[in-house]
Design a protein around this ligand. Sequence first.
Ligand SMILES: [Zn+2]
Length: 432
Amino acid sequence: MDNFRHAPGNAGILAFDRRSGTKSAGTTGTYGGRFMHPTVKPALRRGWRDLHTVQFGMAPAHAMVLGPVDPATGGLLTLFDGTRGLPLLRNEGRRMGLPEGHVDGLVERLSRAGLLDDATGGGPAADALRGDPAVLDRLRPDAASLSLVDREPGGAMRRLAARRALHVRVRGAGRVGAVLASALAAAGVGRVDVQDAGRVEPWDVAPGGLPVESVGERRDEAARRAVRAAAPSRPPRRGGARAPAGQDGPGLSLVILAPRDPLAVHAPDPADLEPLLASGTPHLFAGVVEGTGIVGPLVLPGDTACAGCLDLERTDRDPAWPRLLAQWRSGRSRRVPACDLALAVTVAGLAAGHALAFLDGGLPSSAGARWEVSPPGFDWRARPVRQHPACPCGPGEKGEGERTSDGEGPHETMDGQQPHAARLSGTWRAHV
Ligand SMILES: [Zn+2]
């Protein structure tokens, strides 16, 4: 048992015995007024540690142990595969000679441990997604993965279905941007639009992004086609605010800035991002700068550091920064950027992961940090980016002009607890 740990908040070993199975509350296993169809999360591989102890999951992050389990309960577990509703499972329990309440008790314990899913749960949007098997079949691995993040029965499908109502804009359709946009669409985000100028150059081409055949075409059109190819059937349009094609603002869940110009990744111009801050639109940076891949920061306007904070922090640290920046910005580079393909798709994938984590209601570590990676070591490093006291994005400008403390960043460390981040999570989940 030393070779794995349990998900935080789990009890670890869950004692369960057929004789101690207690009758649960009348609402157990009922979701939305109907009985759930319990299934032990298929994402976790099952194995018996001994005759009476079953382990769910191989990877330490999510593995759990259930025991002691008598043979009848073990047999009952195999029936938790999502094909039977609770009444049928209770009948099976009786047929196997298990005491009254045993099935409900098992459901409750598995559910509390985060091991149980509901094959019919997740609400009306999830039902609609189930009605589209071609789409759902493609998303099954994503649903399984979400089932490990969301411990509630039916939670994974609820989150996956919610993605279909979201609108994300990706600015930049180079090696990173086009792959990233396709990844988001393929992961179930309902509307992903891509903005860029110019025509596809041979070095923009990447698997999953702009195809070889698109060289010479308009970048934005070619990228949109790649996005459609990644997610051929689109979800039905829903009502509500939608951002007009040319501007960012209400209706957009997230804007991702994945510019082809390395300078725009390295040192994003705060003036360009003012409309996103003013409209309170969350935005995430991703790109490659001279062989270094960058993901972050994820800017939650007013709550986490923005491009202006980044710029001010650099000026504090390096007096020559403004002079260098002025030189870099003065000339337009026509050089082909140093952006190797593996790095580009790595950055695109990781940025898509951070984006989806946020869209799903979580708070990824890029809120308040930039992740950097470069070959040949490919070791990821996080650099905290804190809200700068002189930046107008901070809390001092939002309220009555009163600032509580200077330099207080959203993350004190990247590897420890993030109380501020945890607090933000709820706020921004509501926003999305
Ligand atoms: Zn700022």
